[in-house]
Design a protein around this ligand. Structure first.
Ligand code: GLU
Ligand code: ZN
Length: 285
């Protein structure tokens, strides 16, 4: 069987909580090679002390990973190269709209209810064809899909099976997504696609909250000539009220359970994973 390469890609914007522990254990458990990637492109929100604490928590959980660890803040030239390549395809345009402009355009009487895509309200296309020279870079989805035709990917997680997206679906439900935000010069979508390819990831394991973004990633892979890995979206760990955990929920931080004397096996039990000792092969999950 081919070597399985997975990754855990935390953003160091807060402490690791139970949901992240679960994500990391799922990714490591599905791999022959387990890689780590620090997703710190949003410099304003990321802190080195969170990164150090995340690595410490992961080691405590019993995980190990290959070094060097990929850090997105070191990868800006690779993202710029991908953006330049997309720009050269002629399938992008610059957008000078503020959030307020987009809101106003979407609430115009002729617009009807705004479609909510993976990145929020579907962009109304105001700047398409305007020839702006600066601003956020957007993908002209209709032009891109005219070139690609329907796209799809194979899912092995919560929605196991083949997922196919038609040209019309991508235009209506996703639309002209931003490829480079003005503030950070790139976007999550570009960074994740470029890095998953650079790390030769064979199966992207991540939370089900990112399922809808995957079609965007496949479009970008196709336009950039990068392979599409398999995807494994896992369930999200929720609190007692059924709300998903967020980094700011410090009450659910792994550090808190550690301080209270919990063991890694306790954590596995809390997130619904079988104990390591029950695994004959020595591989977790
Ligand atoms: N950095 C993202 C997060 O912390 C994960 C992105 C991904 O796995 O594609 O949720
Ligand atoms: Zn615009």
């Amino acid at each position: 069987m081919a070597e399985r390469v997975t990754r855990f890609a935390p953003s160091p914007t807060g402490p690791l909580h139970l949901g992240h522990a679960y994500a990391a254990l799922v990714a490591a458990g599905r791999s022959d090679r387990f890689l780590l990637r620090i997703e710190d492109i949003d410099r304003a929100r990321c802190k080195p002390e969170f990164e150090a604490a995340i690595l410490d928590d992961l080691r405590w959980l019993g995980l190990s990973w290959e070094i060097p660890v990929m850090r997105q803040s070191d990868r800006l030239p690779a993202y710029d190269a991908a953006l330049a390549r997309l720009y050269e395809t002629g399938l992008t345009y610059h957008c000078t709209c503020t959030r307020g402009d987009i809101k106003a355009a979407l609430s115009a009487p002729q617009e009807g209810a705004a479609m909510i895509g993976p990145d929020g309200p579907v962009y109304p296309g105001t700047c398409r064809g305007k020839g702006h020279r600066a601003g956020a870079l957007r993908l002209d989805m209709a032009a891109a899909m005219a070139r690609l035709g329907e796209i799809g990917f194979h899912e092995t997680g919560v929605r196991a099976g083949e997922h196919i997206y038609s040209v019309a679906q991508m235009i209506e439900k996703v639309g002209d997504i931003a490829l480079a935000r003005r503030d950070i010069g790139t976007s999550y979508h570009i960074a994740v696609v470029v890095d998953d390819a650079a790390q030769a990831i064979t199966e992207v394991t991540r939370g089900e909250d990112l399922f809808e973004a995957t079609a965007i990633h496949v479009v970008l892979q196709r336009l950039l000539g990068l392979p599409t890995p398999a995807y494994h979206h896992h369930r999200l760990i929720r609190d007692d009220q059924g709300k998903r955990l967020a980094k700011r929920d410090d009450a659910r931080a792994l550090a808190k359970y550690r301080a209270e004397g919990a063991t890694p096996e306790d954590v596995r039990r809390m997130v619904g994973l079988p104990p390591i000792s029950s695994q004959k092969s020595g591989k977790i999950l």
